[in-house]
Ligand binder design. Structure first.
Ligand code: GLA
Length: 519
């Protein structure tokens, strides 16, 4: 969660302007009564106006624009208790142009190590890397962003500062067969490279653009455990109607998308704008610990129902989205949410912050406004988890004793561990992976479904030396019938988790036709 300069300031960034916006973000945070707060103040294109480097390759920064250099603005932002972000292009030219028609300047392979070390040394915590210059050079997105990820890792080991890496190639799908990511967007390979990746074109402050980016951002099997599809910075409070603004915030939250505001926080915010941007229940849905993307579970004409699996037993978030021109009644069933269909569940309206009561099998929202939403949490009864059967282990993988595991054993030293599971009709759903990571660093593994291209999963430390299990929940694109899920070590030089079990868990049931499968 944070704010970025681009949507309201364009290239008009400077120490004074960013300072005022950071003050605005800190003030906005005071309205949040509990839970997640806005953190990042991100400076987008326009900070490096000279485009010049000195003879050592260092950026020549205009000290009229940035008195005290970039270090000073990063320090100001930190002093507000916030984190600082910066921006560069992956190739030699930026996207934007100066008034004289020449392009801003970017980084490039020869500069990556130097530039990302410099950003870390200046104190930045986040870096967005655009691809206009990459495109102009016909660079391959995956190869390029992997090289930058390496530079960011090296900068981390040299400075102790690990920058959050935001990829911005607009969801480019290379058409050259020479590229490893031929035919695939960053949602396929982005996990493990960066923290977030843009999936679509630039957003503009109109509702058609909001719904276009929402649709293009729908890649639920790319998003998990700290890796996020990014439908772009937000355009709330930038001129759309109040109903559309509320729908926009709700749809970004149900998508579990980065909530990077774009409105001008130097202006005094109206009370209803502050309420829109600081509802703790909506922010908690966005920032839910499982980090999953909400699924489209029902669609009829211009009405859609989105649902997100939340941490905790039987917890779901729901957005009833009525993108038609008349107010409408909309019904969500427990079946679509993956709860026991005929059970009772408690329903709460998160915008009005009122409990609506307990309902059996479904809830009917009486009046979803035209162009708007009703946003709910539903707390109901889970279906029983179904175990996946461990199959052959290959490579170094072996079983070892595990007192904390139900089966009494775990798989260590990946290798590859395969699991077989059967599903009746569903296409895609959620699995929980029970694991142990008794190290102090995040461990990684690759998950491949049915032999397709794998995605990277992150396994945070499980803590303690008592061998306790943690769990990571992932959306996987399984098929009706028999499926194979393989977990492999990502790279022998980085730790992999020990695996205790894999089970199918209940969760929203996706509309099959809506998923453009990522793998
Ligand atoms: C591209 C990006 C935007 C913004 C501009 C800056 O268009 O997609 O988010 O960073 O460049 O020029």
């Amino acid at each position: 969660m944070g704010w970025s300069s681009w949507n309201s300031l364009g290239e008009g960034v400077s120490y004074d302007v960013i300072r005022t916006e950071a003050d605005g973000l800190a003030a906005l945070n005071t309205h949040i009564t509990s839970g997640a707060r806005y953190e990042y103040v991100n400076i987008d294109e326009g900070w490096w106006r000279s485009g010049q480097r000195d003879e050592s390759g260092n950026f020549i920064v205009d000290t009229t624009q940035w008195p005290g250099g970039m270090r000073a603005i990063a320090r100001y932002i930190h002093d507000k208790g916030l984190k600082a972000g910066i921006y560069i292009d992956a190739g030699p030219q930026g996207c934007g142009k100066r008034p004289d028609g020449t392009h801003f300047v970017g980084s490039d392979f020869a500069h990556y190590d130097h530039d990302f070390l410099q950003f870390a040394q200046w104190g930045f915590d986040f870096v967005k890397v655009d691809f206009c210059g990459g495109l102009s050079k016909n660079y391959d997105p995956e190869t390029t962003y992997r090289a930058i990820a390496q530079a960011i890792r090296r900068a981390h080991s040299q400075t102790g500062r690990l920058m959050t890496f935001s990829l911005c190639d607009g969801g480019m799908i290379p058409t050259s067969k020479l590229f490893p990511d031929y035919g695939e967007g960053p949602w396929v390979w982005g996990a493990g490279v960066g923290t977030m990746w843009r999936t679509t074109r630039d957003i503009t402050p109109d509702f058609g653009s909001v719904t276009y980016n929402l649709a293009g951002n729908y890649h639920p099997d790319g998003q998990h455990t700290g890796y996020y599809n990014d439908p772009d910075m937000m355009v709330a409070a930038m001129g759309m109607s109040a109903v559309h603004d509320q729908a926009h915030v709700s749809l970004w939250a149900i998508a579990g998308a980065p909530m990077i505001l774009g409105n001008d926080l130097a202006k005094r915010l109206a009370a209803d704008t502050a309420r829109l941007l600081t509802n703790p229940e909506v922010l908690a849905i966005d920032q839910d610990a499982l980090g999953l993307q909400g699924l489209l579970v029902a669609q009829s004409g211009s009405q859609q129902i989105w649902a997100k699996l939340l941490a905790g037993t039987g917890q779901r978030a729901v957005v009833l989205f009525n993108n038609s021109t008349t107010d409408a009644q909309m019904v969500v069933t427990w079946d679509a949410l993956g709860l026991v269909p005929s059970s009772q569940a408690s329903v709460r309206d998160v915008w009005t912050r009122k409990d609506l009561g307990r309902f059996t099998a479904s809830y009917t929202a009486p009046d979803v406004p035209a162009g708007g939403v009703t946003m709910l949490t539903v707390s109901g009864t889970e279906t029983a988890p179904v175990a996946w059967e461990p199959g052959p282990l290959t490579g170094t993988a072996t079983y070892s004793r595990c007192p904390a595991c139900q089966s009494g054993r775990k798989i260590t030293h990946l290798g590859t561990a395969s699991f077989r599971g059967s599903v009746s009709t569903a296409r895609g759903g959620f699995v929980e992976i029970g694991y142990i990571n008794d190290g102090v660093q995040t461990a990684y593994a690759q998950l491949a479904m049915n032999g397709k291209r794998p995605t990277t999963l992150a396994f945070p430390p499980t803590g303690g030396d008592d061998g306790r299990l943690g769990a990571v929940t992932v959306y996987v694109p399984y098929e009706p019938g028999s499926n194979t899920l393989a977990l492999s070590n990502a790279d022998p030089s980085i730790p992999a988790p020990d695996i205790g079990y894999v089970v199918t868990v209940g969760g929203p049931v996706p509309l099959a036709s809506a998923i453009s499968t990522a793998h």
